[in-house]
Design a protein. Structure first.
Length: 154
């Protein structure tokens, strides 16, 4: 008998229906009653639906619970990636608008610089490549642009 069965949430096996990020701890766990941010909606074998928090999901290490935790991790990574690429798209717009300025700077790689490539070419290349190196470069470039924009506005 699982913890959730003992708590009266229905019969095993349970199935994950979905995960919802509330943005802040505004929900309530059906198992322990604590406030929750991430709602794991589950369905028991006898048709009872419940909303469980992430800590309580971890306490019941059945295969479906591992799947639920993995799904949340994937959801968080995807949201972070979306936010980063939204910022990157805005930054790409800035590069296009300020293109002349970056077109005068040489490419950071000596080989490409010798071929006439510019810093603008480098930024547009990096902004179009979704990988960890690009994320680091985009973050540093965004902070540099934001710093320059605040200096211009002052």
């Amino acid at each position: 008998m699982t913890n959730f069965e003992q708590a009266g949430l229905g019969k095993s096996p349970f199935r994950l229906l979905g995960i919802n990020d509330l943005g802040r701890a505004s929900g309530t766990c059906s198992y322990c009653g604590h406030p929750i941010r991430y709602e794991y909606r589950i369905l028991s074998a006898d048709g009872r639906k419940s909303t469980i928090g992430s800590e309580c999901i971890r306490s019941d290490w059945q295969p479906w619970a591992r799947e639920a935790i993995s799904s949340l991790a994937t959801m968080k990574r995807a949201a972070k990636r979306r936010r980063l690429w939204d910022r990157a798209a805005a930054t790409c717009q800035i590069v296009e608008e300020c293109g002349q300025r970056y077109a005068m700077l040489p490419h950071p790689n000596e080989y490409f610089a010798s071929q006439g490539r510019t810093y603008r070419d480098y930024l547009l290349y990096i902004l179009g490549r979704p990988n960890r190196y690009a994320e680091t470069t985009i973050k540093s470039f965004i902070s540099m642009i934001e710093k320059e924009l605040t200096e211009v506005r002052q």
